[in-house]
Design a protein around this ligand. Sequence first.
Ligand code: GSH
Length: 211
Amino acid sequence: MYTLYYSPGSASLAVHLALLELGVAHRLEKLDLAGGAQHAPEYRRLNPRGQVPTLVVDGKAYFESAALLLLLAERHPEARLAPLPGGSQRPAYLQWMAFLASSLGPPYRLWFYPNDLEPGEPSASVRDGIRQKIEDGWTIIDTHLGAGGPYLLGTELSMVDLLAIMYMRWSRNMPKPATAWPALQRFAALMRERPSWKKLYAIEELTEWAK
Ligand SMILES: N[C@@H](CCC(=O)N[C@@H](CS)C(=O)NCC(=O)O)C(=O)O
């Protein structure tokens, strides 16, 4: 049994989606981020950064969405949501997981939480630089998907797709949403057809960007 601390549509979305794809038993604990629940001392003991997601596995709490996806794939190899070590797709799997987490995750964080850098409104040039980093990431992934696909590893769905669709969703109100790239648009349409996506939307009570 897993316990996922989550907030609708946030960085916990990919982990929630993974639990639904895997079909494993889990309990959900919703955090009111606007109300500051992430800063409560008892939650900070689980997640010292005061962020979601946190996943409790066998009584121990872990954080970082990409790491949680890697962990879940490892614990449930029968679901085949990750190529096994030594497999031909394993290097690409590791590459895209790291790329999403390190090249897209940080600029997204700064886009939505500019005060991580400094208090007050960020300057237009800083905002522009952050946006550009996100768009550069999508260009690279779109080029890759355009040459293969429909998923990041080709014909097989994997955990990296769950992280990618979460980040794509976050761009929906940005100047250039990720769906503006053609191969990404096809990828999003495919992912949003999945029963896990529809189930997640119902549970998290999401409405925007359903399909
Ligand atoms: N790198 C982290 C980012 C987590 C993160 O930034 N979570 C946001 C929600 S999307 C959060 O908890 N925000 C509340 C806050 O920072 O106060 C991950 O991928 O798990």
